[in-house]
Design a protein around this ligand. Sequence first.
Ligand SMILES: [Zn+2]
Length: 279
Amino acid sequence: MNPTHCCICRRRLEDFASKEQGFGRTCGERYLSAQGTPDVEAAVGLIVAADWPLEQIHALVASRNDVTALTQAVTYWASCNYEDKNAVIACAKVLYACGRTHLATKLVADRVRVHVTCHKVTVMVHTTGGHSNEFAIDAKRLPSSDRTMASNGQTRYWVFDLVRKDQVLVLLGHWFPDEPFLMQEEGLSDLRVLPRTPRVDVEQILDPGFVGKQVGLEDAGGTYVVLRNTFHGTFTKELKATIPDDKRRWDVARKAWHIDRGFLPAVKNLVLRHFGVVL
Ligand SMILES: [Zn+2]
């Protein structure tokens, strides 16, 4: 397999040198600078886990001792697959681990439908295609004081107050489930996957009474303790995984968990990790 197009700008590659590399000279100059510290073990882990032909995986892993050769091989492979979004995103993850953060971010930014950028007091969200309209309808249910639309010329994007970040991610996870998205935080780019969020969780976080992450424990001294917390998807998931079915009960009327006292240490540990609160 030989690359015919630049993996970055997707223009046809003309000269031999560009075809050898998998990108054109202009793109190379613009995006090939290494920015991060290479973590070759992480890169190899990603290659091994990728959904690529076995001989390709072997060929890439074979250049693990030379990070420059490895990044070249991965960029070449990205160019061979320049039209295959998932393959290029998988390559970008490897390039990111190899320290080529600039190139990786560019490859991903052009191919994902969801971009999230966190600033000091705001979260900017840009979505294209898919369920962007449905996302917008839900987003408009957030208090109008905490959201607005902005534009940088061609692109329109959402600006949310930073306190809405978790809610916005829940909404995105509902409308773009299991999708890779570009997260930029404190100047760092990261490729993450949106967790699939059920509608019932979306309704909970869009409830006007929702007040950010809060958690509290009532201990009346009986066989169980009562835990109240505002919606937190991963917390709930881990709580359910940690505490057996017959040791917990969701009290619909009080919107609280009843949990067997024997699991109190486990609950405290989960709350500390997810809410940063010592109960
Ligand atoms: Zn190019």
